[in-house]
Design a protein around this ligand. Structure first.
Ligand SMILES: Cc1cc2nc3c(=O)[nH]c(=O)nc-3n(C[C@H](O)[C@H](O)[C@H](O)COP(=O)(O)O)c2cc1C
Length: 357
């Protein structure tokens, strides 16, 4: 194999190519970035306790998520502004996700319109409609929110992912230092374009509440996932308010700093929802073993954020494909070494907490 052999090496290669301002935007997080580091290091504090002689056979990493059969338990988390990473932006990401047979959660703040992203994904999967979910920041202007939802539906998106952890924007001091607060000329967020042609700004409002989720539930028949759940009570409330899934996430440490690592909260959240809705997780997933740990602790699947952007910056569509291929191979290997063939069968007793010293 030539080039990077794991996600960390893709990261290194990508970051060497990006200018300082963009590298800081992608890699950075809120304030002291305690949570950014914690997400990754928490996986290292979990050990795997494999079973032997299970005769499980060859692993198949396929799983079903909200009725969607995907090639592996890894989705592409919504990340904004892909044209900052590569001139093809989300077009390249969409092709790589479709070719890999997994779900792209397309960000509302994409630099390519959702209709064009969906069209691009269709180019590489002629047999079936490639699964795209749409990430939504509920806007206080419900008429505008509804217009965006209708666009996502018309584009063929198969679920809505409501990001709930953003009643305000996290404080990114790297962006302050770089005075980076606007997209460069020529880039914008076409999903926010109104019929009149004007591109609005996104509003992150502390007034958004469960009532808005109820409104959304009545406004669309698409499945709704709530992303950014950390408290077990909120996971329960999401299910009570008609959510079809929850994503345990601290936004990759980009919103409230010093929240616990998402993997730490996963078992409590899985217990709280009692199987009423599937639980997904993102934050710090960099290895196939990380994925298997999340499955063991109650996740149906995980999502990756920065690794996708780094793949894109490293080599466009081929770079994202590389990231997804590397991870798929690692998952198959990890499952085999743990004595499992089926990701859905992985049990909680596979994971132990350790301090390595
Ligand atoms: C550059 C960047 C942009 C992001 N933009 C969004 C966004 O627009 N909406 C959203 O819900 N999450 C966004 N996220 C958070 C991701 O969806 C995800 O929660 C996080 O990246 C997972 O952590 P990881 O990067 O360690 O995999 C963003 C993350 C990054 C790194």
């Amino acid at each position: 194999m030539t080039g990077p052999v794991n996600l960390r090496e893709v990261e290194q290669a990508a970051r060497a190519l990006l200018d300082r301002v963009r590298d800081d935007y992608f890699a950075g997080g809120a304030q002291d970035e305690v949570t950014v580091r914690g997400n990754e290091s928490a996986f290292a504090r979990l050990a795997l306790l494999p079973r032997v002689l299970t005769g499980a056979g060859d692993p198949s990493p396929e799983v079903t998520v909200l009725g969607e059969r995907v090639s592996m338990p890894v989705l592409l988390a919504p990340t904004a502004f892909h044209e900052l990473a590569h001139p093809e932006g989300e077009r390249a990401t969409a092709r790589a996700a479709a070719a890999a047979g997994t779900i792209l959660i397309s960000a509302m703040l994409s630099t390519v319109a959702i209709e064009d992203i969906a069209a691009e994904a269709r180019k590489v999967s002629s047999e079936h409609e490639p699964p795209i979910w749409f990430q939504l920041y509920l806007q206080p202007d419900l008429g505008f929110t509804e217009a965006i939802v209708r666009r996502a539906e018309a584009a063929g998106c198969r679920a809505l992912v409501v990001t709930a952890d953003s009643p305000a924007l996290g404080r990114h001091e790297r962006n302050d230092r770089n005075d980076f607060h606007d997209l460069p000329p020529g880039m914008n967020c076409p999903n926010l374009r109104e019929q009149a042609g004007e591109v609005r700004n996104v509003v992150l409002s502390p007034e958004i509440s469960w009532r808005h989720l109820e409104w959304l539930r009545e406004t669309t028949s698409l499945p709704i996932l709530v992303k950014g759940v950390l408290h077990p009570d909120d996971a329960r409330l999401a299910a009570d308010h008609g959510a079809d899934g929850v994503i345990v996430s601290n936004h990759g440490g980009r919103q409230l700093d010093t929240t616990p690592p998402s993997i730490r909260l996963l078992p409590r959240i899985a217990d709280a929802v009692e199987g009423r809705v599937p639980v997904l997780l993102d934050g710090g997933v960099r290895r196939g073993t990380d994925v298997v740990k999340a499955l063991a602790l109650g996740a149906r699947a995980v999502a990756i954020g920065r690794p996708v952007v780094w793949g894109l910056a490293y080599d466009g569509e081929a770079g994202v494909t590389k990231v997804l291929d590397l991870l798929r191979r690692e998952i198959v290997n990890a499952l085999a070494l743990c004595g499992y063939a089926d990701p859905a069968a992985v049990r909680r007793d596979l994971v132990e907490e350790v301090s390595w010293r």
